[in-house]
Design a protein around this ligand. Structure first.
Ligand code: NAP
Length: 253
């Protein structure tokens, strides 16, 4: 097995929340980490923390739904950190609305970031993975893939990512690349805080209410997701591929 320290990971949407936790965790695991987000400066603090702890980190700004920006960002990572063989497609947005109020833009924006973004990033990174004959892709799905009121766009994108994951697992397996999805339930981040604000509920009350519906009786933290991603990225997880792992404090169908 190759030395984990020689691995280079890309995490999208790494400025905050789950992406920042995943980037920090992979750096703790010994990987060099490229933190990609819309605003490069947003990832600077996490990148600096990783460097201060002795790790290698690079902050790169891009919109994952833009093909030209994706190609340029992935090439920059390869030039400055080395061939990226680990990809975590985490960047995400919400534009919740009931179907009759959902605009074309609500639909396109969500599908473009989650689905098109993961497609563009994976296509750019697989070039390095297949050359290296090793790789890991982890896509952030969601329990919303199973259906969630007000999220026709988001649930379609998150369910689409599960099909995308299984197909890439079939195509890339022979190159030593595993592809899996992590599907979180309620994780306390700015995304869920924004949902609480949108429905007019104090975030602490919102979390307490959610926790009551969760078998382990608490909401998730970004580190819960990062731990699962760390396992799927690990050298030893090479026989786990095409799976959807629900990280939701209880079972999901
Ligand atoms: P978050 O706090 O809103 O962070 C998402 C990050 O993605 C932000 O830094 C955002 O940048 C970035 N981003 C958005 N659009 C982008 C684009 N086009 N290109 C590059 N970066 C972009 O979200 P989170 O809660 O950590 O969620 C992370 C992922 O987990 C998402 O895919 C989400 O759907 C999924 N998820 C979350 C939960 C949950 O409960 N939180 C549950 C299930 C799944 P800006 O700040 O500049 O907008």
């Amino acid at each position: 097995m190759a030395d984990t320290a020689s691995r280079v990971a890309i995490v999208t949407g790494a400025a905050r929340g789950i992406g920042a936790a995943v980037a920090s965790r992979l750096a703790d695991d010994g990987l060099a980490v490229a933190l990609l987000d819309l605003d490069e400066s947003g990832t600077a603090a996490t990148a600096e923390k990783i460097r201060a702890a002795g790790g290698r980190a690079l902050a790169v700004g891009l919109d994952v739904s833009r093909s030209d920006q994706v190609e340029a960002a992935v090439q920059r990572v390869a030039d400055e950190l080395g061939a990226p063989t680990v990809l975590v497609n985490n960047a995400g947005i919400l534009r919740d609305n009931l179907l009759f109020k959902m605009t074309d833009d609500d639909w396109d924006a969500v599908v473009n970031v989650h689905l098109r973004g993961s497609f563009l990033m994976s296509r750019a990174v697989q070039k390095f993975q297949t050359q290296e004959k090793w790789g890991r892709i982890v896509n952030l799905s969601s329990t919303s893939a199973l259906g969630n009121r007000g999220q026709a766009n988001y649930s379609a994108a998150k369910a689409g990512l599960q099909g995308f994951t299984k197909t890439l697992a079939i195509e890339l397996g022979k190159f030593g690349v595993t592809v899996n999805a992590v599907a979180p339930g309620f994780i306390a981040t700015e995304m869920t805080a924004a949902t609480a604000a949108r429905v007019g509920v104090d975030f602490e009350d919102f979390k307490r209410g959610a926790a009551q519906q969760i078998p382990v009786q608490r909401v998730g933290q970004p580190e819960d997701v990062a731990h699962t991603v760390s396992f799927l990225v690990s050298e030893g997880a090479g026989f786990v591929s095409g799976q959807v792992v629900y990280v939701a404090g209880g079972p999901k169908d």
